[in-house]
Design a protein around this ligand. Structure first.
Ligand code: UD1
Ligand code: MG
Length: 447
């Protein structure tokens, strides 16, 4: 059976109090709308339709980039969740199969929870809704079920009778419907209700009236945590982080103090990696096995090989590629650079736009001067080179294998293989100068 997802993202998200549209705010380093698109992919959806409003050019651009303009449905103006799904009718024309409605502000929903709703359609139900037992049912729609467990109707909080209001089994908003019924049922939904909106939830009662069956399947409240405010955004982030920390440990990663390590949605860490406290992973980081990431390091879009030692206080920026056994120490920043096997850069350096050959040593305080105010340039260092402390390598510049740079040099010219480059003022010693100077100064101070 083919599958399609209709992802609702037309809400205003006013409670975020943000210039940025709600579904572009990030959880685990990934915009919420991308979480729902990834969920649709995980469910094997052949089609993904994004329903958006007209108020955000940025979201329009992101949507076109993610699903293509033919899979965008514009809801103008938004008149409720039923109306939102209805506006996807054209984009879904000709589709036959199972359709699931997802919210783009519910980033943590796992694939297996939605699979239960699809399984219910496979078992013959026309509609299946994902429900949860709410700690505080408040404004959620209530799921009213028969004694046999079939879903009879969904009642919005504002429309409930006192008995219905007391029900704690609530609508998550996720609904799977067989395509042959979806738009026919929606065409009969009216806006004759407390909010004057077209409720998607009315589909359940309409289906029952046609003699079709509906079901409600359970998931945890955490799974369907919706984000409407910054507080809920932080709550979602917290849930994501604690789940990810557990997953990392299950996969053989040691976290000395798990609560202080932050991962992104795509962080990949090999077995027997040890991560010390207070480490932050932005998106796009891969760490191979047996590496140690020491305290207070910050990493994003970089790749670290096996058995490396990183930090403490290391900063690995986009495009940093470290091969096996590299050592990066405190206050070293690396950007868009490749460090070969066994390279050491142990103290206080900036390595930007460089290629460093295997087994080279980058002395304390070395700076790759990669920017001339207009363009970036590369620094290339051959294998087995030694860069003396406090040197500036002014790019573009090439230091061939086995080259040696005297401490404190400003290197502006290429260095041939095996050569010593010294680019600094020559030292001269003046015999007795300090003794004369000190005697003179002491005499002046006393008089
Ligand atoms: C909805 C459900 C309710 C459920 C709750 C779960 C209906 C009528 N009610 O209520 O049963 O318990 O979600 O959170 O479906 N959206 C649009 N276009 C619209 C309206 C909404 O795209 O015209 C999108 C929003 O951006 C949001 C989602 O649909 O992602 C839900 O809308 P919201 O207004 O929050 O629905 P609730 O009233 O919370
Ligand atoms: Mg809501």
């Amino acid at each position: 059976m083919k599958r399609a997802a209709v992802i609702l993202a037309a809400g205003m998200g006013t409670r975020m109090r943000s210039k940025k549209i709600k579904v572009l705010h990030e959880v685990g380093g990934r915009p919420m709308v991308d979480w729902s698109l990834a969920l649709a992919d995980g469910l094997g959806c052949d089609k993904r339709i994004l329903v958006i409003g007209t108020h955000s050019e940025e979201l329009k651009r992101v949507a076109a980039n993610r699903v293509g303009s033919e899979n965008i449905a514009i809801q103008d103006p938004p008149q409720g969740t039923g109306h939102a799904v209805q506006s996807a009718e054209q984009a879904l024309a000709g589709f036959e199969g199972h359709v699931v409605v997802l919210y783009a502000d519910t980033p943590l929903l796992p694939v297996d929870a939605v699979e239960k709703a699809f399984a219910s359609l496979d078992a013959g139900y026309a509609v299946s809704v994902l429900g949860f037992d709410a700690a505080e049912p408040g404004g959620y729609g209530r799921l009213i079920c028969s004694d046999e467990g079939d879903l009879l109707k969904i009642v919005e909080a504002k429309e409930t009778s006192p008995e219905e209001f007391a029900v704690t089994f609530c609508n998550s908003g996720v609904m799977a419907v067989r395509s042959e019924y979806l738009f026919e049922l929606l065409s009969r939904v009216t806006n004759d209700n407390a909010k004057g909106e077209y409720y998607l939830t009315d589909v359940v009662e309409l289906a029952r009236q046609d003699g079709l069956r509906a079901s409600a399947v359970r998931c945890s409240e955490e799974d369907v945590l919706g984000v409407n405010s910054r507080e809920q955004l932080a709550e979602a982030e917290k849930v994501f982080q604690s789940k990810t920390r557990l997953k990392m440990m299950e996969n053989g990663v040691t976290l000395i103090d798990p609560d202080t390590v932050y991962f992104a949605f795509d962080t990949q860490i090999g077995a027997d990696v040890v991560i010390e406290p207070n480490v932050f992973f932005g998106p796009g980081v891969t760490v191979a096995s047996d590496t140690r990431i020491k305290a207070f390091s910050h990493l994003e879009n970089c790749s670290i090989g096996e058995a490396c030692q990183i930090g403490p206080f290391a900063r690995l920026r986009p495009g940093a590629v470290l091969h096996t056994g590299v050592r990066v120490g405190n206050f070293v920043e690396i950007k868009n650079s490749e460090l070969g096997e066994g390279v050491a850069a142990n103290h206080l350096s900036y390595i930007g736009d460089g290629d460093v050959g295997a087994k080279s040593n980058i002395g304390a305080g070395t700076i790759f001067c990669n920017y001339d105010g207009y363009f970036k340039h590369r620094t290339t260092i051959g294998e087995g080179s030694f860069i003396g402390s406090n040197s500036s390598l002014v790019a573009p510049v090439t230091l061939e294998s086995g080259s040696f740079v005297g401490s404190g040099s400003v290197v502006t010219k290429d260095v041939p293989e095996g050569a010593l480059a010294v680019g600094r003022g020559k030292q001269k010693n003046i015999e007795g100068w300090a003794d004369t100077y000190n005697a003179e100064m002491r005499r002046k101070k006393q008089s």
